[in-house]
Design a protein around this ligand. Sequence first.
Ligand code: CP
Length: 313
Amino acid sequence: MIGRHKHCIALEDFSREEILEVIDLAVSMKEVLQRPIKKVPSLRGKMVVNLFFEASTRTRSSFETAAKILSADALNWTSSSSSVTKGETLVDTAKNLEAMRPDVLVIRHSAGGAPRLVAEHVGCSVVSAGDGAHEHPSQGLLDCFTLREKLGTLEGKTVAIVGDVSHSRVARSDLHAFPKLGAKVRLCGPPTMMPAGVERLGATVHTDLKEAVDGADAVIMLRIQHERIGDPLIPGTREYSKVWGLNAKKAADWLKPSCVILHPGPINRGVELSPEVADGPRSVILDQVQNGVAVRMAILYLLAGGAGEEARA
Ligand code: CP
């Protein structure tokens, strides 16, 4: 369990204490990841099934890596080589895989609400690895972990999230999590990519990038989620990049010296981020990826009922 939760589906449901429970545990999980022998017996005999209906590089491999470091067995399932291609439904697929007695089902799906629907039909824990434009809770948690690691605390800090906010499940999870840890959130992007009513969650909305990043402690750049957009929402990527992309000159002129840059990946280089910024000294993007393993170890440990304090060491 994570606090009161058997599942990890949406950070909207998580309290400050529940977020801290995961990221505090991820600190010791990260220490395990630094060892020459990256293996602890905490989840020996447990099984994790990764059920991905959408492509993934970071999330799927980090859940698999996390499970293996904790000695759980990991089964990777992909829709393209499954009986979904013969018309099997999401719920039937999940129930059939659950019949093989996994402890945790990790699911990524293009439909918002798919992990919650699965959770209503299976007995094991369900973790959302991203559902449509709804939420990506493990990414939100790893962003919290990375920001705390780099900034010391989120209390009183300002985080600007820039780009296609309305189609970003990462932005939505971050937006639910950061204010609970005391950070202020600024959202910035084209007006057509800004969801309605976000001010209600405490965020301020900006269309001017310079204004949004002024004095910010961290900037999270987002890619345009072309796969979730029907009609074009911007004149073109060149125009978008000019106005909302971050290059070396804008970073040098507009960001305060200590400001760090995050991106959930995959990066569209030259659109939202220039290569100099993505690979530059402010970038903590690969730290996010490594922290993703530690945070997912913590999530799996808490949900699969790890074998006690001593097994974490
Ligand atoms: N951040 C993220 O979800 O990356 P992937 O799509 O590669 O998993």
